[in-house]
Design a binder for this molecule. Structure first.
Ligand SMILES: *Cc1c(COP(=O)(O)O)cnc(C)c1O
Length: 371
């Protein structure tokens, strides 16, 4: 049996009729950008995240860049983040000319270690990007407390929720825990479009208003550009209409991911170390494990038809492009050690019980005897 790493087409097949119908609606409506579907989706997604405002944009990286600018991050300012989260926040910083300052992660979940943030802060720190990596949630209220207690009340928090649509922390949805939050609707995300898409959510009206202007030429009104550094980054009507269909099913899709992750966790237990543990703060975006003999295990899984991947194989600090950019990094021992050992198993809403059982069997019968 072959188990592919991810197959968003399976998930989209569940909504085939509704998607066909809504695409036809958009065609009939004659509105392609910033029309009724975008407006309705922004309202529905804000409600889902329990926040006041949602501004949809072209993708998750634009969302990061625009949200950082809306928080007042400028060239030369420092932004604290982690180095193991795929370089997206770093890319946004590079576009602004802001300087990423990397802190290490917690051993248990490989998320931003909030105890390391204050030591990294400087007088030019403007923001902390807390990435809810793998579908797990950073304890943002605890991060806020830590910053405040150290006298850093002026440092803002941006939640990168691109892997964590629907994750809960202290009974609250991610997205409303910091000053602003960003999402991606790339097809393999927990809420995925049939192409690119992104959103920024916030409870701060001014922040949302600035994002709305920055996504469209800096316009305050039609042809009236009042903010510099605006650009064009819009979610289109077709993607918004499709996302509206899938948003209704997001709790079900996340539940299936969590169920798949729980099954995998049972079969990995005692064989490889599980990074992503079951909890309401984990929506199963990726199921990540680690082992010193990663390559041996991945090869055996591949022999049995099971695809795996590494999230992520290179720290931001080691990316060739970053050798030409300014950054600071604190001690990253745990990030470095994890990068050499982590790998991800197939875990997505469209995975079948048969596929999960096959992975479970291969762990029980083969991997357990090898390592
Ligand atoms: C996918 C992702 C992004 C970027 O989203 P795009 O829509 O691909 O630009 C940003 N941050 C994280 C953590 C992601 O996983």
């Amino acid at each position: 049996m072959n188990v592919l790493f991810n197959l968003p087409s399976r998930e989209n097949a569940l909504f085939r009729d509704e998607i066909d119908k809504t695409i036809k609606d958009v065609l009939d409506s004659g509105y392609y950008l910033l029309g009724a579907h975008v407006k309705a989706f922004e309202q529905e997604f804000a409600d889902y995240c329990s926040v006041q405002h949602c501004v949809s944009v072209g993708n998750g990286t634009d969302a990061l860049e625009i949200a950082l600018r809306a928080l007042g991050v400028r060239r030369g300012d420092e932004v604290i983040t982690v180095a193991n989260a795929g370089c997206y926040a770093t890319t946004a910083c590079n576009l602004i000319g802001a300087v990423p300052v990397y802190v290490d992660v917690s051993e248990s979940d490989l998320l931003l270690d909030i105890n390391k943030v204050n030591a990294a802060a400087s007088p030019i720190t403007r923001c902390v990007v807390a990435t809810h990596l793998y579908g797990q949630a950073v304890d943002v209220p605890a991060l806020r407390d830590a910053l405040d207690q150290a006298g850093h009340s002026d440092v803002t928090i941006l939640e990168d929720c691109a892997q964590a649509h629907g994750a809960m922390m202290h009974g609250r949805m991610v997205g409303g825990l910091g000053d602003v939050a960003t999402f991606s609707f790339y097809p393999t995300k927990n809420l995925g479009a049939l192409g690119d898409g992104g959103a920024i959510v916030s409870n701060n009206e001014q922040t949302a208003q600035t994002c709305m202007q920055l996504r469209q030429y800096g316009w305050q009104g039609k042809y009236e550009s009042t903010l510099p550094l605006g650009r064009n980054s819009r979610l289109d009507e077709l993607q918004a209409a499709i996302l509206r269909v899938k948003l209704k099913a997001l709790p079900t899709l996340n539940a299936r991911r969590q169920q798949a992750a729980a099954y995998l966790q049972q079969h990995c237990h005692g064989i490889v170390e599980v990074v992503t543990h079951a909890s309401p703060a984990y929506v199963g975006h990726l199921f990540v494990v680690r082992h010193p003999q990663r390559q041996l295990i991945r090869d055996e899984l591949a022999y049995h038809g099971i695809a795996t991947d590494i999230h992520y194989p290179v720290l931001d600090t080691d990316q060739p492009a970053m050798q030409m950019q300014p950054f600071r990094s604190m001690g990253l021992d745990r990030s470095i050690a994890a990068t050499a050992e982590i790998f991800s198993l197939p875990c997505y809403a469209g995975i079948t019980d048969d596929e999960l059982e096959h992975i479970g069997k291969v762990f029980d019968l083969y991997i357990a005897k090898m390592v």
